[in-house]
Design a protein around this ligand. Structure first.
Ligand SMILES: [Zn+2]
Length: 167
């Protein structure tokens, strides 16, 4: 395959020219969403060569955990999580202008590409907070290299959790 596989979020499905959609991975749950939002577009999309998928339960769980860790889960729909899960499962790049999707993708080491906008230039500021004594620790240098565990507090030994700074 030339280049990485791409997962198209609903914004991408609605806005990209058809020749840039062809060959993309999409979630079956997006079908209904597109049909509800734009009937003509829905018909056009049905005529394209797209790879419709359901994410595995395991990938969906990983997407949810990443979204919970970043605090983005409350702003993401189940369709968004399907899109992220498919990206995780197929090691694909997410095409999305949704900053929450971009953020969770970055956290999980999944690449993303903007649909129309340039995308977020910087990630949120992150801190690691001790679950025990609440002491703040410096975050890892690169947010995209975050893993599920972030080490322990050097004061009390409790686990550290990822938290958005400044809020
Ligand atoms: Zn502590």
């Amino acid at each position: 395959m030339v280049g990485a596989a791409r997962v198209l979020d609903t914004g991408a499905l609605l806005n990209l020219p058809p020749n840039r959609l062809s060959g993309g991975l999409v979630a079956n749950s997006q079908r209904e969403e597109i049909a509800r939002v734009d009937k003509d577009r829905s018909l056009l999309i049905e005529g394209l060569r797209l790879h419709w998928r359901n994410p595995s339960a395991e990938a969906l769980q990983r997407a949810k955990e990443a979204a919970q860790a970043s605090g983005d889960i409350s702003g993401l729909s189940s369709v968004d999580l399907d899109v992220l899960a498919i990206a995780i499962e197929h090691r694909a790049i997410v095409v999305s202008d949704d900053h929450r999707i971009q953020n969770v993708a970055g956290l999980h080491g999944v690449g993303w590409h903007p649909v129309l906008n340039e995308g977020i230039k910087e990630h949120w500021e992150w801190v690691l907070e001790c679950k025990g004594c609440k002491k703040l620790h410096a975050p890892p240098e690169n947010v995209s290299r975050f893993r599920r565990t972030y080490g322990s507090c050097d004061d009390c030994g409790s686990k550290l959790k990822l938290k958005r700074g400044g809020s």
